[in-house]
Design a protein around this ligand. Structure first.
Ligand code: DCC
Length: 75
């Protein structure tokens, strides 16, 4: 789950900013158990950019219900 979040955050930064980037830190908050064998909805958005640093927030939700996030991450 953490790797998924890292990947999606990285992709958002790659697509929305110029130049190569890499993760400096990844904070993950596991708020609920993620279900097996169900689709997941993963969302990431840039919170702010300061110089060459980009801050990203991401969530993973149940893909069927879209209810409150099971995981939240910030990078
Ligand atoms: C379709 C396309 C698909 C494309 C799909 C792409 C998907 C890719 C998925 C991405 C997954 C990954 O990135 S995997 C890679 C995982 N990451 C890594 O391997 C990174 C390893 N670490 C590093 O390379 C380095 O430590 C850096 C680059 C993070 C920082 O090195 P640096 O740049 O020399 O650092 P330095 O000058 O000391 O610091 C610069 C500024 O960053 C801050 N800073 C430095 N390290 C940290 C840190 N860990 N946490 C917080 N802040 C930090 C410093 O306080 C400073 O702030 P200030 O004083 O300026 O305010």
């Amino acid at each position: 789950m953490a790797s998924l979040l890292d990947e999606v955050c990285g992709e958002v930064v790659e697509r929305r900013t110029s130049g190569r980037s890499r993760t400096a830190y990844l904070h993950v908050n596991f708020r609920a158990i993620a279900p097996l064998n169900r689709p997941l909805q993963i969302e990431a958005r840039i919170r702010r950019s300061v110089g060459r640093k980009t801050y990203v927030d991401a969530t993973i939700r149940d893909g069927e219900t879209g209810l409150r996030p099971m995981l939240r991450a910030s990078t």
